[in-house]
Design a protein around this ligand. Sequence first.
Ligand code: URP
Ligand code: ZN
Ligand code: ZN
Ligand code: ZN
Length: 494
Amino acid sequence: FDYDLVVRGATLAGPAEVFEGDLGVRDGVIAAIGRDLRRGREEIDAKGLVVTPGGLDPHCHIEEPSEGGGVQEESFSSGSAAALAGGTTSFICFVPQWKGHPIAATATGYEARARASRADYSFHQIITDPTPDVLEREVPALVARGIRSLKVFLTYDPLRLTDGQFLEVLATARRLGAFVTVHCENYDAIGWRIRALLEAGLTDPLQHAWARPPVVEREATHRAIALAELVDQPIQVFHVSCDEAAEEIARARARGVKVWGETCPQYLTLSTDDLAKPDFEGAKVVCSPALRAPGESERIWARIREGTLDVVSSDHCGFSFATAKRDPGSSGYGQGGAGARPDGMPAFNAIPNGVPGIETRLPVLFSEGVSAGRIDLPTFVRLTSTNAARLFGLAGRKGTLAPGADADLVLWNPDAERVLTNADLHHAIDYTPWEGMRLKGLPTMTIRRGEVAVREGVVLAEPGSGRFLARGPYALARPSGRVPDGFDAAAARR
Ligand code: URP
Ligand code: ZN
Ligand code: ZN
Ligand code: ZN
């Protein structure tokens, strides 16, 4: 046989174009693309199907431990099964750091647990406590091991950095050629709004959005970009929820700043109407930044089409409704204490922030984007895979249909329809925010490095079969070379 596997007669959708043909796989890698390829040991007839590169989810929270001893419900085994079932063959999750502790206190155990993944994986390192030892010893060691991206939060009680701390992280990343991702919301503004809302007796899930309106996100987005511009360090703004934050990114890009923007399916499909649902159902969609007014999502789609937002991640951060979402104070992603209500439910600010979506990301985007005519197939591929690979040092290896790339493939039936329901999903969470959504276009098979990982919803990939993706230096993460007055403060403070 010439190939281990040939996918035959498909509509092959890459990041730049769509063409009909065959795809041949050898040793887990794409070996050839063309017409009438010679025989493979295994043959898949893909006539009528669309083939895309496997999804790369560059933002998901899996099995994160909290300092109190708890661990997120979503395990590497369940989260990666869900990822694969939804067409995501690789993801980047987060190694936590607890304030007052070295990175090593959390990293060693976390990396060991990640080995149970069925999908390929890499890490962003969260920095909550940028001490000299962390920045001068621990972070360089991480970068040397292929963990080349840092994550910082400008809000959340246990996580947020001051502007001064953020600058030190940016300068460290610049010296090391690492990339930085940022959660942009104004901590003090949110705290001030939360106190006023609670004092006024306004405690419903909807008030989560009132505590952090778009101006709070826009201000922090502007500030994060300005500080990154001062240091001359490339950044990506995580989970852009509103047009005015996207506008800050567009303006900075227009003046040549190396800044990128990510959004998520929740900001493209859900709204404050979902937060306002009765019977505490709104708690299911408490995430930060908050969902916006109906209509805002069409402006986010437009920001995608203009290229300002070029990655759609899941920001999967699952907390089950029966337990965590209704149990005050059971998670780290929150702010302003643990207010309770007369009915015993938590006040909006005590509901853990985050929605589950690692499995639904691609199908929801395919249906609402491609099938609904909002984006074309190459755009879908760039949003779900190619652009994240470029941003995080995996270009050429992930996110493309080209010889030499890993044979990570998703076969789609573009005409299949199904009503999305949580019972069909593989994650460990007891609900999906998209319950009842009618999907058009469904994944029928996921192939990870040339092996069938999921067939018709059945996950075949075993725990531990995923590989750690070490990432080397790459041009996109390098500074632009422009600093105010020509004075390079990050280099001078070495
Ligand atoms: O509400 C969210 N987004 N939870 C996950 C943590 C984060 O902010 O990314
Ligand atoms: Zn501690
Ligand atoms: Zn965030
Ligand atoms: Zn997140």
